[in-house]
Design a protein around this ligand. Structure first.
Ligand code: HPA
Length: 241
């Protein structure tokens, strides 16, 4: 086992779906994977491995925010030789270009986090998605849109990865929105940076659970429905590259 994951070597698949909420990890395992087995319950941060369309896939909770996510991402890449991590999370829309329940596939992520500032000695790094995974996710989303399920609802663009859910200075995101950021969440810039460091693949796909401009919020039932659409895109992408 690694410091925070109780799996034996080989128990985690090369492809990992990475929701923040460990109960979402369980929901994905129960609803999408065949023969799923739980490999870790350390600190309640559940992880499962099963199969999807014949591919071995794991799903691991990351917790909220970059420090928690980075613990699990480091251990998945370094200790379990994971090749691809696809975050399946939620985000808050920062612009009316994006509607409640839409899906944002992040081609890159801006951040106010100190983590990359420490790593890059105060210089700026541009965390970007793995291109083959990004292309495969866009292809999977376009296939779903052709069936009309997701037409017009999937966006490719920048996320803003914040260290604070309850920001005391929300106006600090304004310049990022003026420069293309679509939505705010709390993990993607760190995930893309770690994937680059380890030479592995990462992609973030997030559904819009709340809208910071219109102040709309999704219900729990709606979150489950859109979460399922996002998981199908993530599984289609992760197993295609
Ligand atoms: N802020 C930060 N992270 C989030 C939000 C938000 O509004 N919604 C979902 N994740």
């Amino acid at each position: 086992m690694s410091t925070h994951i109780a799996a034996a070597p080989g128990q985690i698949a090369p492809l990992v779906l990475f929701p923040g909420d460990p109960r979402r990890a369980q929901w994905i395992a129960e609803n999408f994977l065949q023969d799923a087995e739980c490999y870790s319950e350390v600190r309640g941060m559940l992880g499962f491995t099963g199969t999807w369309n014949g591919h071995r896939v794991s799903v691991q909770g990351s917790g909220m925010g970059q420090p928690s996510m980075a613990i699990y991402a480091n251990e998945l890449f370094r200790d379990y030789d994971v090749q691809s991590i696809v975050r399946v999370g939620s985000c808050g829309a920062l612009t009316e270009k994006v509607a409640l329940r839409d899906i944002v596939i992040a081609n890159g992520a801006c951040t106010d986090s100190g983590m990359n500032r420490i790593r890059f000695h105060g210089q700026d790094y541009a965390p970007v998605a793995d291109f083959p995974l990004l292309r495969a996710a866009v292809d999977a989303a376009e296939r779903a849109a052709e069936e009309d399920a997701l037409a017009g609802k999937v966006h490719v663009g920048l996320l803003f990865s914040s260290d604070q859910f309850y920001s005391t200075r929300p106006e600090l995101t304004d310049p990022f929105v003026q420069h293309g950021a679509l939505a705010v969440e709390m993990e993607t810039s760190g995930l893309y940076t770690l994937a680059a460091f380890y030479g592995r693949r990462a992609l973030s796909i997030c559904t819009v659970s709340d809208h910071l401009v219109t102040h709309e919020e999704t219900t729990a039932l709606e979150r489950e429905q859109t979460f399922g659409d996002m998981v199908r895109i993530a599984l289609g992408a992760a197993t295609a590259v």
